[in-house]
Ligand binder design. Structure first.
Ligand code: FES
Length: 154
């Protein structure tokens, strides 16, 4: 009888200890692995002084920024084409081709973006004119603050 009571108490305390361990451990595990499911946050990135970009027409601008994606914090390089539309309006296109990611270049003579990889042609508004890209060139969201042009990086 005494043996039964002892083994019952051992089993009961093992179960209670296990449940308490799980209750304490699950939030810790969630905290440790949650960054893996987090997408990179969008952020505004300074790409230059408005005074320097004034009257630009499809001007190539390169910039870097740091972004956190999951556990990884990395410096990323970007290249865009900036146009001053006037009246405080700006147009900024990424150079990343929507097909497989090659960098397009602006051709002033053809007034088009050309992709060297598979012959894609995008018009001056980024729409696909020829080639395999499934989508237009991405136009980035922009804002001007304190004389600085910012683009929204995703
Ligand atoms: S990557 Fe630009 S057309 Fe294929």
């Amino acid at each position: 009888m005494k043996e039964n009571r002892r083994s019952f108490l051992q089993i009961a305390s093992a179960i209670i200890g296990g449940v308490m361990g799980l209750a304490a451990g699950i939030p810790l595990i969630g905290f440790a692995i949650s960054p893996a499911w987090q997408k990179g946050e969008s952020k505004w990135v300074n790409i230059g002084l408005v005074d320097r970009l004034k009257n630009s027409r499809y001007k190539k601008v390169n910039y870097t920024f740091t972004a956190k994606d999951g556990w990884v914090k990395a410096t990323k390089k970007r290249s865009v084409y900036v146009t001053d539309i006037g009246n405080g309006e700006w147009s900024v296109f990424t150079r990343i081709c929507s097909h497989l990611g090659c960098l397009v270049r602006w051709d002033e003579g053809q007034e088009s973006f050309l992709c060297p990889c598979h012959g894609a042609v995008f018009d001056k508004n980024g729409a696909v004119v020829a080639g395999p890209p499934p989508e237009p060139l991405q136009k980035l969201e922009v804002k001007v603050e304190s004389g600085i042009l910012y683009v929204k990086e995703i």
